[in-house]
Design a protein around this ligand. Sequence first.
Ligand code: GUN
Length: 282
Amino acid sequence: MTLIDGKMISAQVRAEVKEEAAIFEATFGKKIGLAVVLAGEDPASQVYVRNKIRACEEVGIRSFAHYLPADVTQRQLLELVDALAADDAVHGILIQLPLPKHLDADEILRRIPAQKDVDGFSAENIGRLALNEAGTVACTPYGVMELLKRYHIALSGKRAVVVGRSNIVGRPMALLLLNADATVTVCHSRTRNVAEECARADVIVAAVGKPKFISADMVKEGAVVVDVGINRIDGKLVGDVDFEAVKEKTSYITPVPGGVGPMTIAMLLKNTVACARRANEP
Ligand code: GUN
């Protein structure tokens, strides 16, 4: 069994991004800029946003943090997005999710121009992914693909099972695996026999949000298991995979923490550089 080291790969990606950001700055005489918007006081979101801003600083990307009160109105948020969309110093706009419940998140996300959609959540970017065209890919599934690539894990012709169909992870993950020529099955809350589907898989990507959901009997000998889950139990971080029970059956497995988690921010930075470059193409 090989443990996939997301911290190490994330550091490699961030080092590459740092070089690319420096080249951009030398070429265009200005820094790459990322706007990060946080509404409300969700403690996990506050940590994520702080980490994103620190990561920007470390690679030489200028960050524009906007902290809004929990009672911010839909109109105020839309006006902020419009202002950021019009700002040439801002190459990427990230609205940290989840937004406070009284807001219409879909309408706010739709307001971000696809060229500045560093999260890859827009209909245009999801559509491009579905068509296997170049665009911005959602950071977490993109990070999973980067891990598989850097560990030389072949996907062509392999049976891949994605557990979970969220817009942020499951759906784009399934499309990426399909684009990599895997035979893809997506399992979700209505799937009749998730265990049976998983037990056939060469590659399992778990993104269900249920602690230790993937048990040893669901994993084929030699399978690759990628755990996207971040569940907190008694203050401890637990993935969607029962890691201790599953690990010895696998050929490759990601730990939690230290697997997919560190990749998300690295891919966000990579996406920001790509958006900045595209915005400055002749
Ligand atoms: N909340 C949880 N994951 C994400 C993400 O990838 N992007 C944003 N904007 N919010 C999130």
